[in-house]
Design a protein around this ligand. Structure first.
Ligand code: IMP
Ligand code: MG
Length: 175
């Protein structure tokens, strides 16, 4: 089946929103020391690299990777923490930077792991918030765009490892 990609968010719209979000984040952590920004691989890699350059303050950067078993578009229940942090987050303000929070299962898993390490605070910044599909009680503190349904690709987001390289975001359908 061929994929059809319908433009959804342009590169210009993303850049504008990422700039606003970065400013919002910087303001909200004003006066705090030790902000750790965590990139959730792989999907957030482009968003992360853009937003950390718009957060005008001193930060520490680290990466985690979650892997889940299931089909390409739906989430299985088995989530594995396949790459751990290398910095300590104990007593620090922590901001998790993710591509999409959908059902919330991945983020719920990650937050539980991170909470056990006693950060001073733990917040979420997500490029896309599919809040209507939430199954776990996960709140996105800094959301780029809201989306009710549909499957999107581009700007880091993939379908079976494809389309991550696109500079805009597209809705994927089959024809
Ligand atoms: P959740 O556990 O259901 O919240 O799933 C979150 C993860 O599923 C995201 O971090 C994405 O990697 C992936 N995902 C969910 N929706 C989409 C989508 O529309 N496009 C690409 N990946 C998605
Ligand atoms: Mg992801």
């Amino acid at each position: 089946m061929a994929h059809k990609l319908t433009p959804f968010i342009t590169a210009e719209q993303i850049a504008k929103r990422v700039g606003e979000l970065g400013k919002e984040v910087a303001e909200s952590y004003e006066g705090k020391d030790s902000l750790v920004c965590i990139c959730v691989l792989k999907g957030a890699f482009l968003f992360f690299s853009d937003i950390i350059r718009k957060i005008d303050r001193d930060i520490e950067v680290d990466f985690v990777r979650l892997a889940s078993y299931g089909s390409a578009t739906s989430r299985g229940d088995d989530i594995v923490f396949s790459k751990d942090l290398e910095v300590s987050i104990e007593g620090k303000d922590v901001l998790v930077i993710e591509d999409i929070v959908d059902t919330g299962h991945s983020m719920d898993f990650l937050l539980n792991v991170l909470r056990m390490r006693n950060p001073k605070s733990l917040k979420i910044c997500s490029l896309i918030d599919k809040h209507e599909r939430r199954e776990k009680k996960v709140t996105v503190d800094f959301a780029g765009f809201k989306l009710s349904d549909g499957f999107i690709v581009g700007y880091g987001l993939d379908y079976a490892e494809r389309y991550r390289e696109l500079d805009g975001i597209y809705e994927l359908s089959t024809e």
